[in-house]
Design a protein around this ligand. Structure first.
Ligand code: HEM
Ligand code: HEM
Ligand SMILES: [Fe+2]
Length: 444
């Protein structure tokens, strides 16, 4: 750690881990509901559990990204964070808005728009929160000594992510229009600007962990960013096939979204190549595993499993089924969950001065969570394909087809248990590191 103010990152990571734990509880509630044990139905019906599960996911990832930015920007810009006090105010207000939203969902205070369930009045609080965050990051960057490509790409991703929140706040009476702009947030986040955030964090980690020259890593980053943008923007069309938009989206969405996996493949090949090129290997092997894991699993989850249902001929059948949940899990985990755990694994020894990166628990956390998640994805895939066949091709009633696929949810719960043990170990390690302190200043 080079700057005292980087310690702020720790608290964002802690909030992130807390919300991740809560997310998993709601995942289990839904998993059990799928096999007929919907005992909590009166308090937490399935739709509430689903909204809480996915919203907690988004907030723990955002909290992780913010922590990453509070750590990376001072170090890259060579400048203390402009105000530590405001960063803590921003942290606490983020937690408060999150709690109000999640509690509200249990009392039907929400909007039925997947991922954007937060009611509009609360959206304004989110806007205030994010403006505070961006103000701090931008001021730190522009008053700093250096503006590296890595810090600019990361910051650009964060600024664009904030801007793209706004289309989701416009009110439409028309369902198609509402859906159209909902995807500007959901799709253009995960398949556009969040990739910049991920690219920025990935570049930072690769520079630190492989010892390869910054120039080499950053040059490639430009190429990947270019690919992401070109394919991801028009790739939005893969959500416009059947929602009442003009027919040309079938072709545009099909072609451009089918190119998207190339950007992810590029990122995976790039990360592995940098790893192999690097001579000065950092001792923090666990951080390196999470970093390479991100690049590889995001290609599988987002790239390959996205490609699996992105053509209109396939999506016609699979749209809105458990095939989507299959892809949603591995994509979110591989790309964004893992990059957050990667930056946490890298920064914790630097923040606390304790070098726990050789522990077998850390390794086990990596393998159990990843094997568990791949198992969960497989269970969703089997359930999804069977659902498409039974419900959409054979014409079985929705409820009847759900009964037929229950067995896959038993497997899902088993794999989710493995995953959860892995995450629990990661969090135990996190707690064992203890609080950040100034011990490691200037010697990282
Ligand atoms: C890290 C990047 C990605 C993440 C986190 C992600 C996640 C998700 C999620 C959560 C959904 C469900 C959204 C909703 O219904 O509101 C979804 C839908 C979809 N994704 Fe992705 N995705 C990613 C990248 C990709 C890529 C690269 C492709 C194509 C190659 C793709 C293809 C699709 C398609 C076709 C759907 C619509 C499914 C349906 O019709 O129900 N995704 N994605
Ligand atoms: C204990 C672990 C978990 C369990 C048991 C679980 C289970 C579930 C279930 C049953 C659903 C609803 C599927 C349906 O609509 O019927 C769901 C949705 C979802 N979960 Fe999880 N989940 C877990 C962890 C995670 C993690 C770690 C992530 C992300 C990194 C995640 C991301 C999602 C997403 C994006 C959706 C919405 C998918 C869609 O739009 O179709 N889940 N989860
Ligand atoms: Fe998309």
């Amino acid at each position: 750690m080079k700057y005292k103010s980087q310690k702020v990152a720790y608290w964002f990571f802690a909030l992130s881990m807390l919300l991740l734990s809560l997310q998993l509880i709601y995942g289990f509630i839904m998993g059990f509901a799928h096999i007929g044990y919907d005992n909590l139905h009166d308090i937490i019906p399935f739709n509430t559990a689903r909204a809480v599960h996915t919203n907690l996911l988004v907030v723990w990832l955002l909290s992780g990204f913010m922590g990453a930015a509070y750590y990376i920007i001072p170090e890259e810009a060579e400048n203390e964070l402009v105000s530590v006090k405001w960063a803590y105010i921003q942290l606490i207000s983020l937690a408060i808005v999150g709690v109000i939203a999640i509690v509200g969902y249990h009392f039907n205070y929400w909007e039925g728009r997947k991922f954007l369930e937060i009611p509009r009045p609360l959206d304004w609080l989110v806007v205030l929160n994010v403006l505070t965050f961006l103000g701090l990051i931008l001021a730190t960057l522009f008053r700093g000594k250096k503006k590296t490509t890595t810090s600019l790409v990361l910051t650009m991703g964060l600024v664009f992510a904030a801007l793209l929140y706004l289309p989701g706040m416009i009110w439409f009476d028309n369902q198609t229009m509402d859906s159209f702009f909902r995807w500007w947030v959901v799709h253009l986040w995960v398949e556009g600007v969040w990739e910049l955030i991920m690219g920025g964090i990935l570049a930072f980690l690769l520079i630190k962990l492989t010892g390869v020259d910054r120039e080499v890593i950053e040059k490639w980053l430009y190429v990947i960013v270019g690919l992401t943008f070109i394919s991801g923007i028009l790739g939005t069309g893969h959500h416009y096939y059947f929602i009442g938009t003009p027919k040309y989206w079938l072709i545009i969405g099909g072609i451009f979204s089918a190119m998207e996996p190339l950007a992810f493949l590029g990122m995976a090949l790039f990360a592995v190549a940098m790893y192999r090129k690097g001579e000065k290997k950092h001792p923090n092997k666990i951080a390196l595993m999470w970093t390479l894991g991100t690049a590889i699993l995001s290609f599988v989850g987002a790239g390959l499993l996205g490609l699996a249902h992105t053509l209109p001929q396939v999506n016609l059948w699979t749209h809105g089924t458990l095939v989507t949940a299959m892809h949603g899990h591995l994509a979110f985990w591989g790309a964004y969950g893992m990059i957050v755990l990667a930056i946490i694994s890298y920064t914790m020894p630097n923040l606390t001065g304790r070098k726990l990166y050789d522990s077998s628990k850390g390794l086990l956390a990596f393998w159990l969570s990843n094997i568990g998640m791949i198992g969960m994805t497989t269970a969703f895939a089997a359930a999804g394909v069977a659902q498409v066949y039974l419900n959409r091709i054979m014409g079985l009633d929705f409820g009847d087809s759900q009964n037929e696929i229950q067995v896959h949810f038993i497997i899902l719960i088993l794999c989710a248990t493995l995953f959860t043990i892995g995450i629990a170990m990661f969090i135990i390690e996190f707690i064992k590191y203890g609080r950040p302190n100034n011990e490691t200043l200037n010697n990282h």
